[in-house]
Ligand binder design. Structure first.
Ligand code: C2E
Ligand code: CA
Ligand code: CA
Length: 563
């Protein structure tokens, strides 16, 4: 009877046995073949092939020691793969240490060699499959211990069930974030931070209890609330925000909420929360408002961004990105002299027309696309330097922007060298602008990267100086070749003596570091004269020229050569 039940349960399920020893494979297969369909692989590579092809695999039994690809590597690949992750893996082992390591890699269970009796093995296999199939997330409980709210996974799961049960009754989604929570933790301690989280959790409990619905803690400082749709929410939401802020007592801490109101066209729960999160993000830097509704504007902006990201591949292939050049003039002598140019990218989009980098650079920085765009621009700029040299017999150095993410690329120096060599240039022809704020993210990494680039002969200009937080200390250990003042310091120097004084101080710092100062965003003659007067070396800005296509830039080269 028991045997029969077991057989019925196992029916239609496929098990993959991965072992390089044929005898071992056969033995295990023999124990399981009347309960399951059994497949075999003699190493990790073969196993992976089968798993990717045959979507019906319910469980993998895996030997750790195999040629080609061993069990550990396969485990790692399975756990990192969104599709395969759901398949439980039972590891075959004879050593205790191996168990710990496999557990860390996400193994579901073990079978120890030499093999136990067939009943035990079958029981383990059956149990693992059952556990995986009832989608019990091992090591995770339903609720966040601190607030008693659901954790994110269960929240989404129960939300889906709720939707199904209620025949997709309209539901609103709210994302609640705590403003500058990491600062709260740092300033007042973790214990206080925990207290804040608890109070907010209580507030949310109350809200959900009075309206019906579900709530979760979805991240360290973030909550999700799923409520039956309520038109009145537009009027009551400020009350909720206020209630929570007040429960925190002293006004030191505040929250923001992004709301997605069901409009009858809503997608699934995940989509609703994506929208609510976008609305919430819009408030990140605003202190005046503490809630926002997802609306057509956010939607359109999101669609536009999505559009740009999707178009990127094609745009690169079709050379829709155009590199413009803006001159930098040395103003230390009687007459301004062209010293170099900055390469600035534009996108001639077939649909949207000219798109400025302000619109797409940060977008591309968030998903790694910037890596490819930057290399495209570096190549274009290097080729342009060469073209000008061939045509005018003079080398005009061009500076290119190096993004924050490039700094973490171990190939960076090598790639840049290849680009210069390919065009018959030396490294110092291609100047590298690195924004100061990159220096604050991970100072050791950047110091190392910059040092390595300089060893290869590249010159580094620190861009947007004054906007980041580099301390004077940091500046003195940093190997750089020029400071480029952020534009915002230039804007008001004509009218604001304090502003001018600030620029003077920054120029003093540059003197201390023994590097030249570049001022950008210089638009008027007056600004130019003031800056020259206080010792600024190089000037870039609309006063001399806007960024222009290469051909238009040539008039600056001609003027220089005609002297
Ligand atoms: P940035 O590197 O600080 O570049 C200077 C920006 O100031 C450019 O804007 C330039 O057109 C503008 N500008 C120059 N002179 C003046 C002036 O006198 N007045 C005013 N109001 N603005 C002036 P753009 O070209 O829109 O670039 C914006 C930012 O986009 C750049 O700031 C840079 O961070 C980024 N960017 C541009 N091209 C690239 C690129 O190829 N790669 C990367 N990673 N970033 C780029
Ligand atoms: Ca720049
Ligand atoms: Ca800049």
């Amino acid at each position: 009877m028991h045997e029969l039940l077991e057989r019925k349960k196992g029916l239609h399920r496929t098990i993959l046995i991965v072992d390089d020893e044929m005898i071992e494979r056969e033995m295990l297969g023999y124990m399981l073949q009347d309960l399951y369909e059994v497949k075999y692989a003699e190493n990790g590579v073969k196993a992976l092939e089968i798993m990717r092809k045959d979507k019906s695999i319910s469980l993998v039994i895996l030997d750790l020691h195999m040629p080609e690809m061993d069990g550990y590597s396969l485990l790692e690949i399975i756990r990192a793969d969104g599709e395969l992750r759901r398949i439980p893996v039972i590891v075959l082992t004879s050593e205790k240490e191996a168990e710990v390591k496999s557990l860390q890699l996400g193994a579901a269970d073990f079978i120890t060699k030499p093999y136990e009796v067939p009943e035990v093995i079958r029981a383990r296999v059956g149990r693992s499959i059952e556990l995986a199939e009832s989608s019990v997330i091992i090591h995770e409980t339903e609720r966040d211990a601190l607030t008693g709210l659901f954790n994110k996974e269960f929240f989404i799961e129960y939300g889906k069930r709720l939707d199904a049960l209620n025949d997709n009754m309209p539901m609103d989604a709210i994302v609640l974030d705590i403003n500058r929570f990491h600062v709260v933790n740092e300033l007042y301690g973790r214990e206080y931070g925990d207290l804040v989280l608890k109070r907010i959790g209580d507030g949310i409990h109350e809200m959900v209890q009075s309206t019906g619905g579900l709530a979760c803690r979805s991240g360290s400082n973030s909550f999700g609330i799923y409520l039956p749709h309520d038109e009145q929410l537009k009027d009551t939401i400020s009350g909720y925000v206020q209630m929570i802020d007040e429960s925190l007592g002293d006004g030191k801490i505040s929250v923001r909420m992004g709301i997605y109101m069901d409009d009858g066209r809503a997608g699934d729960i995940e989509h609703r929360f994506d929208c609510a999160r976008l609305a919430c993000h819009k408030l990140r830097n605003s202190y005046a408002t503490n809630y926002a509704f997802y609306n057509a504007e956010i939607h359109n902006r999101e669609m536009h961004s999505e559009h740009l990201i999707n178009d990127m591949d094609k745009a690169l292939a079709e050379k829709q990105f155009k590199v413009y050049y803006q001159p930098k003039y040395n103003v230390t002598g009687d007459k301004p002299v062209l010293t170099s140019a900055e390469a600035l990218v534009r996108w001639e989009h077939p649909e949207f027309g000219m798109v400025s980098p302000g619109e797409f650079i940060s977008l591309f920085e968030n998903n790694g696309l910037i890596h490819r765009l930057d290399r495209y621009v570096w190549n274009e700029a290097a080729a342009q330097i060469k073209r000008w040299r061939d045509e005018f017999g003079a080398t005009i150095p061009v500076s290119v922007n190096v993004s924050r993410v490039d700094i973490f690329d171990p190939q960076l120096g090598e790639e840049l060298c290849e680009i210069t060599q390919k065009n018959g240039l030396i490294p110092e022809n291609l100047l590298l602008e690195i924004t100061e704020s990159a220096y604050t993210d991970n100072s050791q990494q950047i110091v190392d990267t910059v040092a390595a680039l300089r060893d290869r002969g590249f010159k580094i200009e620190m861009d947007d100086f004054g906007c980041g937080y580099s301390s004077l200390n940091m500046l003195t250990v940093l190997p750089i070749d020029a400071l480029k003042l952020d534009m915002k310091f230039i804007r008001n120097i004509e009218r604001d003596p304090k502003g001018l004084r600030l620029v003077e101080i920054m120029i003093d710092i540059a003197r201390l570091l023994e590097v030249p100062v570049i001022a950008e965003g210089v638009e008027t003659k007056e600004q130019m004269k003031l800056l020259k007067g206080i010792g600024c070396d190089v000037i870039q800005g609309y006063y001399f020229s806007r960024p222009v296509p290469a051909q238009e830039f040539e008039k600056h080269i001609r003027a220089k050569l005609e002297g």
